[in-house]
Design a protein around this ligand. Structure first.
Ligand code: AP5
Ligand code: MG
Length: 213
């Protein structure tokens, strides 16, 4: 299965990706998580990405595209992958099509998670993210068993810099202006499946699996 998850910030892409990647036995590739791991490791890539991410803007395509191409070339992605947060504009979607064409492989589906801005703000204001595995949780909606500790790996939970209110507003604008156009791009390619991102995490997972059948 070669799958893309698309949806606004806070729609639940990372939450559903953990489940879907396990269900289809494919790696979960999140460009946001790769950037955050580089920021944590204080690499050159991390230093470059940080200023864009903290402001809620896209990291330049020249950097992001090469990073993604390298990641999908790893052995674990040979038989499939789930992309979370990539592509994020039409240029990236076109670049991905070229990379896949060179490899003579193609996408199976693009799954869009639909949700309102009001709900996004509730989700992002209470989100906590694991410093080690990147898994999201929520102080009210997905409370960890022990405060401040990741249920999945035991890592420390923190609040992302870009979850501050003013940065969230910019991320929503960037999504509407730059990312939404990829939805019609994939609709024209006949790959788009749309599901509602409201309800329990497990209900949404079930709708995702049904839509992908
Ligand atoms: P990225 O890390 O991809 O962030 P994002 O797309 O803004 O999405 P989020 O991670 O904020 O939300 P999500 O949909 O994963 O929701 P989650 O599951 O956490 O990107 C960050 C930055 O990196 C970008 O702004 C950009 O600067 C850069 N970047 C990344 N990729 C790039 C690219 N391709 N090109 C250029 N730049 C790039 O859920 C949110 C919260 O809701 C959590 O607390 C969760 O517990 C809770 N929740 C989830 N589901 C439910 C539910 N059903 N009910 C109640 N609560 C729920
Ligand atoms: Mg995420």
């Amino acid at each position: 299965m070669r799958l893309i998850l698309v949806g606004p910030p806070g729609a639940g892409k990372g939450t559903q990706a953990v489940f879907l990647a396990a269900h289809y036995s494919i790696p979960h590739i999140s460009t946001g998580d790769i950037f955050r791991a580089n920021i944590k490791g204080e690499t050159e890539l991390g230093k470059l990405a940080k200023s864009y991410m903290d402001a809620g803007n896209l990291v330049p395509d020249s950097v992001t595209n090469e990073m993604l191409k390298d990641r999908i070339g790893h052995a674990d992605a040979a038989d499939g992958f789930l992309l979370d947060g990539y592509p994020r504009n039409v240029g990236q979607a076109e670049f991905l099509d070229e990379v896949l064409e060179e490899k003579a492989i193609s996408l199976d589906a693009v799954l869009e998670l639909q949700i309102s801005n009001e709900e996004i703000i509730k989700r992002l204001s209470g989100r906590r993210t694991c410093r080690d595995c990147g898994a999201p949780s929520h102080v009210i909606f997905e409370k960890p068993a022990v405060d401040g500790v990741c249920d999945k790996c035991g890592g420390e939970l923190y609040q992302r810099e870009d979850d501050k209110e003013e940065v969230v507003a910019n991320r929503l604008n960037v999504y509407a202006e730059q990312t939404e156009p990829i939805i019609s791009y994939y609709q024209k390619e006949g790959l788009l499946k749309v599901i509602s991102a409201y309800g329990d995490v497990s209900e949404i997972s079930a709708s995702a699996i049904a839509a992908l059948k």
